[in-house]
Design a protein around this ligand. Structure first.
Ligand SMILES: *Cc1c(COP(=O)(O)O)cnc(C)c1O
Length: 376
């Protein structure tokens, strides 16, 4: 069986975790956490990167930093992972879902402005598959309406938009280091802060509402409770696991892009025959091979296709039941305008096996099975 995902593991993780233990400081903000945050700041150009316990938590922090509260509205796509909405709904806000573009599966930037009301506080673009949303348009709308932009860049590490790293363009950006992402620490994430005036408050929120970070830097002589916060620090052992992969980030990225390009090349004939559709990467966007998806005719064909692959040793998956059609989405959100593409396109999408270390042999077996299905 060719599995859909394998958590990234490059070989030095165990050594670094042992070092973290030997350092005698396994809680948050130890030596490996600092190495990772420095690396992430250099890689993205963000004023600050804070490691968090997940991307969900990074997004929750951004919602707190943006002072999102009851009655506020937050614009986002419905075709996304639940965390994008959860972080704001937890603060009492309403999720306002806008349709996606069928070519990238990202929020349709041309539909956002019409969804803005006097209650709108933030826009949350999700860079699906590590392919950027149309950020110039989104930032312009936000500027004109005084809105905060929080990028869900969970899948976006090492991807860029017009030369700028995903996660560093909006006021806040969020990465995920879950085991299903390109780089992992088991569970974990990072929050990026663009404006240095927001850094101190972010550190306080992340440290149970205390100014302990300032205390450790020797900036204050005792620390105390400053405001409502929580515990969003990952342990240094998790950061040690991540560090091993950041050291090899370019290699991991190149390996994934190689697989992505090979899939694309091999499946192109099937797309040219009109049997399937392949992903689209707009000009100015550099992606990171996070995901290789194809689109089949409709949900009936997809069910048969996935069953066929599984029976022939290939584990492929689909994802994202659009949030507006799920029970919590109906309760906490509302779809603005017409659902032209969100439901229809989500029902056509299939993700093929993709992970660091996927062999060409296995990849070609997947391609062969996909082609076989369409020859039947
Ligand atoms: C994976 C993912 C998340 C959640 O990441 P966690 O680190 O598991 O909290 C959020 N949004 C998107 C788009 C994701 O793909």
């Amino acid at each position: 069986m060719i599995s859909f995902n394998r958590p990234p593991h490059v070989g030095k993780e165990e050594k670094y975790i042992a070092e973290a233990i030997a350092n005698g400081k396994i809680c948050g903000d130890g030596a490996f956490t600092r190495k990772c945050s420095d690396w992430l700041e250099k890689s993205t150009g963000a004023a600050k990167a804070l490691l968090t316990t997940s991307c969900t938590h990074a997004t929750e922090m951004a919602a707190l930093l943006a002072d999102i509260g009851p009655g506020d509205e937050v614009i986002m796509p419905s075709y996304t992972f639940v965390s994008t909405a959860d972080a704001f709904v937890l603060r009492g806000a309403k999720a306002v879902f806008v349709d996606i573009r069928p070519d990238t599966m990202n929020i349709d930037e041309t539909l956002i402005e019409a969804a803005v009301t006097e209650r709108t506080r933030a826009i949350v673009p999700v860079h699906y598959a590590g392919v950027a949303c149309e950020m110039d348009t989104i930032m312009d709308i936000a500027r004109r309406h005084g809105l905060v932009v929080i990028e869900d860049a969970a899948q976006g590490m090492l991807a860029s938009y017009k030369g700028r790293a995903l996660g560093s363009i909006g006021d806040y950006g969020c990465y995920s280091f879950h085991e299903t992402k390109n780089y992992s620490m088991g569970e974990g994430g990072a929050l990026f802060i663009k404006d240095s005036k927001n850094i101190l408050r972010a550190e306080i929120i992340r440290e149970k509402g205390t100014n302990r970070s300032q205390f450790f830097r020797g900036e204050v002589d005792k620390y105390s409770w400053q405001e409502a916060g929580s515990s969003y620090l990952p342990s240094d052992m998790n950061a040690a696991y991540l560090w091993a992969q950041l050291e090899m980030a370019e290699e991991i990225n190149a390996d994934r892009l190689h697989s992505w390009n090979l899939y694309y090349e091999c499946l192109k004939p099937l797309a040219d025959e009109g049997k399937i559709e392949l992903p689209h990467v707009p000009d100015g966007c550099v992606h990171n091979g996070h995901m290789f998806y194809i689109k089949v005719r409709d949900i009936e064909e997809r069910t048969m296709f996935l069953t066929y692959l599984k029976e022939h040793g290939v584990y492929a998956v689909f994802h994202y039941i659009p949030l507006h059609s799920a029970p919590a989405g109906r309760k906490y959100g509302e779809f603005f305008g017409e659902d032209r593409y969100t439901t229809r396109e989500s029902e056509r999408l299939v993700r093929l096996p993709m992970y660091y270390g996927l062999t060409e042999d296995d990849l070609m077996k997947v391609v062969e099975k996909v082609k076989e299905f369409y020859r039947m």
